[in-house]
Write a protein that binds this ligand. Structure first.
Ligand code: FE
Length: 137
């Protein structure tokens, strides 16, 4: 499957993820937790650069697609590349939502909703700050 150099990062055991990630990151990324609204570090972050998976490092979103949704979580209208995320149906809390995960390591990132800016994709990728690492352009 190509890029063997990062395959180890993608296929860690649960025990390895527990060792690698701090408790809060483990909870959100590996147990599908959600950080409390308006508590994450990237909500109002406006620097130019890219946002990467907090577990495996795969690039996920560009600052170009980030916007202020007012939701309390960093919001993007599209991923940097459709191949970088997977979207799966989530019926976990008595409602149907679409979960967004990293396509490389399958870690939980957030959810995507269809109330994004209509001038763009119309989508709102609502992503936990703690699931992301920012790299300046
Ligand atoms: Fe990942």
């Amino acid at each position: 499957m190509g890029d063997g150099n990062i395959s180890k990062e993608k296929n860690r055991s649960d025990a390895e993820w527990r060792d690698l990630l701090d408790k809060q990151r483990y909870h959100v990324l590996r147990e599908k937790g959600t950080e409390r609204a308006f508590t994450g570090s990237y909500i109002n972050h406006k620097e130019e650069g890219t946002y990467h998976c907090g577990a495996c490092g795969q690039v996920l979103f560009s600052s170009n697609a980030k916007y202020d949704s007012g939701s309390g979580w960093p919001s993007f209208y599209e991923p940097i590349d459709r191949q970088k995320v997977n979207e799966i149906t989530d019926n976990s809390i008595g409602m149907t939502r679409v979960e967004v995960i990293c396509s490389a390591c399958k870690s939980h990132l957030g959810h995507v909703f269809n109330d994004g800016p209509i001038a763009t994709s119309g989508l709102r990728y609502c992503i936990n700050s703690i699931s992301l690492d920012f790299k300046k352009a």
